[in-house]
Design a binder for this molecule. Structure first.
Ligand code: DU
Ligand code: SF4
Length: 228
């Protein structure tokens, strides 16, 4: 129920004028290859297991990916790379992710983003990040994961701020993002491990900065940590 309410609030949000304009403009203009498709062109909810022990936090929907399909990480190269890895390690029932009704199911893991609307140049402003943070806070509270895999420095900064807002003891100065970096934060008796991982964008995957074995290793580490 908490997640259903969250998703219902997310998909109608119009808080950020620049992003509302951009997501809708992209949905009108479309990419040639997708000319005949109706774009989602709205904020994108989290996707996957509602009781996931592992939450994967990215950056924001891609203009012609999740902003087109309406499902997080679905319909672009980032998602192809991520869901293929999830399938290799047994977290996804299929290696491909093409549309919201393709039958993909995640087990023990959920994907989300700190900014829910596609931003120009994949670059949300800090005001937009702050505006969207309450949704990430609600998702963290509803899912209550043991481990968060954070894809890239933007998500890392957004997550740390949001965890502070939720009363988690985040060290100051804030721990820096690093691929393979691990940070444990606590809130009373609770502990949550943050795992840094380079983002699955083409900038990293085409250049070999992030390889399939590197991502598999992070996911397997997350699963080990989540099991304890
Ligand atoms: O209606 P539902 O079975 O709760 O699934 C909603 C949505 O989330 C659907 O696209 C499947 C996906 N999902 C999943 O990936 N893993 C789960 O454990 C449960 C649902
Ligand atoms: Fe709303 Fe977040 Fe989209 Fe801004 S980015 S309009 S806060 S859903």
């Amino acid at each position: 129920p908490a997640l259903a309410e969250l998703d219902a609030d997310v998909v109608v949000c119009r808080r950020c004028p620049r992003l509302v304009a951009w997501r809708e403009q992209v949905g009108r203009e479309r990419r040639a290859a997708f000319r005949d498709q109706e774009y989602w062109a709205r904020p994108v909810p989290g996707f996957g297991d509602a009781h996931a022990r592992i939450l994967v936090v990215g950056l924001a929907p891609a203009a012609h990916g999740a902003n087109r399909t309406g499902r997080m990480f679905t319909g672009d190269r980032s998602g192809d790379f991520l869901f293929a890895a999830m399938h290799r390690v047994g977290m996804a029932n299929q290696p491909t992710s093409v549309s919201a009704d393709d039958g993909l199911r995640l087990t023990g893991v959920r994907t989300t983003a700190p900014v829910r609307c596609a931003p120009p140049a994949n670059a949300p402003t800090s005001d937009e990040r702050r505006a969207c943070a309450p949704f990430l806070a609600r998702e963290l509270s509803a899912v209550d994961p043991r481990v968060v895999v954070v894809l890239g420095a933007f998500g890392w900064a957004a997550l740390l701020d949001t965890l502070r807002d939720l009363g988690w003891a985040v060290p100051r100065p804030a721990p820096r993002f690093a691929h393979g970096g691990e940070v444990v934060v606590t809130r009373g008796e609770q502990a949550l491990t943050l795992l840094g991982c380079f983002h699955v964008s083409q900038q990293n995957t085409f250049t070999g900065r992030l390889t399939p074995p590197m991502l598999d290793a992070v996911l397997l580490r997350a699963r080990d940590l989540a099991a304890t």
